[in-house]
Design a protein around this ligand. Structure first.
Ligand code: IPE
Ligand code: IPE
Ligand code: MG
Length: 245
């Protein structure tokens, strides 16, 4: 029996964010190159996107490449860029067929031209998808995003578009790259580390965290449902007490 039958459809997380970690260790444990782990990670993405769509999740954000990941050996960075082009190109037709709309967050200006073009093409072609919004975090970090927001706010303040009284939590959210997306309800990190690694710091203020030792290439449909079921067992109090919920 699949765990999908155990989901409570009245209490689904609207937005799930995932830190997909452990590709390198998955490969090393098998005596393979790290790049093999990244390749296998793409298969895991396919499975998880399908599972999210099947279980009626509306938003899925995947941390695919962080600002800090630019500091990896250039061979690995180049391999990841090539893999992105390959994976996006190969998957676009299926994404359209399955009603998945692609979006991104991050400093994509830093991505090589061919990656940017492939991504932008996929965004255009999948724009009509209404079943699931799949947000790719590419060259993303939360501190970069918050600093950018501060810069843009200052710019608009100088131009007179914003005034001091306009600065509140909603305004700041609007200037983040996640503008228009609901905050994640559930943040999953695979690969055993229990840290946030500069991901959605503002947006995860009240997210439920789920950590698993499973390396990303081994994470799949049932593991996603397991995380959702765990989430559904939690009480989200938002500062109140149990009796008020
Ligand atoms: C996550 O797996 C993928 C990216 C960060 C691109 P890692 O490459 O970080 O794998 P580990 O953590 O070294 O095992
Ligand atoms: C976080 O994984 C970034 C992505 C999953 C894209 P890392 O493997 O880069 O994280 P740290 O540096 O070990 O925290
Ligand atoms: Mg890692």
């Amino acid at each position: 029996m699949s765990l999908i039958d155990k989901l409570d459809y009245n209490r689904l997380p609207c937005h799930i964010a995932i830190i997909m970690d452990g590709n390198g260790r998955w490969a090393r444990a098998r005596g393979l190159e790290r790049s093999e782990g990244h390749r296998e990670g793409v298969s895991a993405i396919r499975k998880v996107v399908e599972a999210a769509s099947k279980s009626s999740i509306q938003y899925l954000t995947l941390y695919a490449f962080s600002t800090e990941n630019w500091n990896r050996p250039s061979e690995e960075v180049n391999g990841l860029m090539d893999l992105m082009v390959y994976a996006i190109t190969r998957e676009t037709a299926d994404l359209i067929k399955n009603g998945v709309r692609i979006a991104y967050i991050g400093d994509i200006e830093r991505l090589p031209g061919n990656v940017r073009e492939t991504l932008e093409g996929c965004i255009r072609e999948t724009a009509k998808g209404e079943r699931l919004t799949l947000v790719l975090a590419l060259s993303y970090s939360s501190k970069w995003e918050i600093a950018e927001a501060a810069r843009k706010i200052t710019c608009d303040f100088t131009k007179g578009i914003l005034q001091e009284k306009d600065i509140n939590e909603k305004t700041i959210s609007r200037y983040l790259t996640t503008n228009g997306l609901p905050d994640p309800d559930l943040l999953i990190r695979t690969g055993g580390e229990q840290r946030i690694s500069n991901f959605l710091l503002w947006q995860c203020a009240y997210a439920e965290f789920y950590f698993t030792d499973t390396f990303w290439p081994d994470f799949g449909e049932e593991e996603l449902y397991k995380a959702i079921i765990d989430y559904q067992g939690r009480e989200r109090r938002y500062g109140k007490i149990s009796e008020q919920i």
